[in-house]
Design a protein. Structure first.
Length: 463
């Protein structure tokens, strides 16, 4: 088996096309020409996403003192005033005077090799942009004719429950974290936890991204896996280091290429943050943020205490000390993780003389664990035996496919393309000795395994 060197330039196009062709991900509202920044998940995409969220939940569950939450997407508008999102959650928008295309000024600067932090003020980014105006081209029409840079708020507004114009503006949540902060007291008051403890949550978030791009990387509707760890201020920095280590180990446990993962400390910390870094992955379009790990001090709870009037202090029963807990946050997008897993798994190679595309998913993440086929489609005795094998495996693993379409070679290619680690074929020998062939996706090698040993064979391989 010979692995071909991948051309990074059109790798994203190949992945997008495979995702559509095989039913992982479809463009949102495609029959109406598409709706930017949205994607719909097909059957294999749903399974891949579920396997990822399951591993995240398991990793969180394994950490001491973890609780879980599912908070509403809609909240009181005051939540987003308290959090600072209404006044300060924005991207630098620039509009082309010729074709009216909207772009992010920091991205256009990046295109000509100038790094502009996304957290710069409107004034600062205008200054940097003006210095290079004559070098910057509109990605839409190529003109070098732009207006001024404006801060464009990322919160998506809604009119849910708005009865008249005097009522407070309602937003779709821009992150799941705020739902955790506003429930911190509720969770503490249940009496099951004490400081330190964590609240973990998976859920949708919405952002008015100016230029959603790179497929699942930057969407307008996406899902986050966020965890907030509430701790004593004296222990917060240690917890930050523990979470950094745990989160990097999580990606290695998933089977992601460690050479494509790295920590990147934040250069400009927001005023309330004590420490922050990203875990970056080397996507085909370069190193980019996968997950953020932030030591946020007591900023969030202090803000909600101020705006809601509710006392957010924790009272230590033993020491009688009273304080607002400090928070360590880990935050990663499900969609971005799926994209990383797809990029990490995508391979083009040759088995013998035959070229193929293969998704080498770690078996625990593969949407389908194994596919079962009768060697020939027109032999009832083979079909009947293969159905028996299929039923047993399906009952055990769930993620099992029946595949009798086309010849065996075509079935293997199709299963390779969706990343199925094992293909099981029932042939005439099966009828004589109750063994089947099991083909390994990565090597193409085949073994004969006794039907009664299949369940334990597969179980051992996918752990
Ligand atoms: N609560 C902190 C927070 O939301 P963030 O850096 O804005 O921080 C955290 O987002 C993670 O959410 C990112 O590292 C990324 O994985 C994911 N994410 C953010 N914006 C996204 C978008 N527009 N599309 C897809 N994923 C996104």
């Amino acid at each position: 088996m010979k692995e071909e060197k991948l051309d990074k330039n059109n790798l994203m196009e190949k992945i997008v096309s495979l995702c559509k062709r095989r039913g992982f991900v479809f463009q949102g509202s495609e029959i109406y020409g598409g709706f930017a920044g949205t994607y719909d998940w097909g059957s294999l995409g749903v399974a891949l996403k579920r396997n990822i969220t399951d591993t995240w939940n398991k990793a969180m569950q394994d950490h001491p003192n973890m609780t879980f939450l599912d908070s509403s997407i809609f909240t009181s508008g005051k939540v987003w005033e308290a959090s600072g999102h209404v006044s300060g959650f924005s991207d630098p928008l620039i509009v082309c005077n010729k074709c009216k295309e909207k772009s992010r000024a920091d991205h256009l600067l990046e295109n000509i090799g100038i790094k502009a932090d996304e957290k710069l003020s409107e004034l600062e980014i205008n200054k940097i942009f003006n210095e290079s105006r004559n070098k910057i081209k509109c990605p839409g029409c190529g003109a070098k004719d732009f207006g001024k840079v404006h801060a464009s708020n990322l919160l998506a507004t809604s009119n849910l429950g708005m009865l008249d114009e005097n009522e407070q503006q309602v937003y779709l949540r821009g992150e799941t974290a705020q739902g955790i902060y506003i429930n911190y007291k509720n969770v503490l008051d249940t009496g099951f936890v004490s400081i330190p403890f964590g609240i973990a949550q998976i859920g949708k978030a919405f952002r008015n991204e100016i230029s959603p791009r790179q497929f699942l990387f930057r969407k307008r509707e996406f899902e986050q896996m966020e965890m907030q760890y509430f701790c004593n201020p004296n222990e917060a920095m240690d917890n930050y280091e523990i979470w950094k280590k745990e989160r990097m180990e999580y990606y290695q446990m998933l089977g992601i290429n460690p050479k494509k993962l790295r920590f990147k400390p934040h250069e400009n910390l927001v005023f309330y943050a004590k420490a922050a870094c990203d875990i970056e992955y080397e996507f085909p379009f370069g190193w980019n943020e996968l997950e953020g790990i932030h030591y946020r001090g007591d900023y969030d709870l202090t803000q909600h205490q101020k705006f809601s009037g509710v006392d957010m202090k924790f009272c230590d029963e033993e020491t009688k000390e009273k304080y607002i807990p400090h928070i360590v946050e880990t935050s990663v997008g499900v969609d971005r993780t799926v994209l990383m897993v797809l990029c990490d798994a995508y391979c083009e190679d040759k088995i013998g003389e035959s070229e193929r595309v293969v998704l080498k998913f770690p078996p625990k993440l593969a949407p389908i664990v194994c596919a079962v086929s009768p060697l020939l489609k027109n032999k009832p005795e083979l079909i009947s035996k293969a159905k028996d094998v299929f039923d047993v495996l399906k009952a055990e693993f769930g993620r099992v496919a029946w595949d009798d379409n086309g010849n065996i070679g075509k079935r293997y290619r199709r299963q390779d393309e969706i990343g199925t680690p094992y293909c099981i074929v029932v042939d005439f020998d099966t009828l004589a000795d109750n063994t089947v062939t099991v083909r390994d996706r990565d090597t193409g090698e085949q073994e004969r395994i006794k039907v009664e040993n299949l369940k334990s064979y597969i179980k051992e391989k996918i752990q």
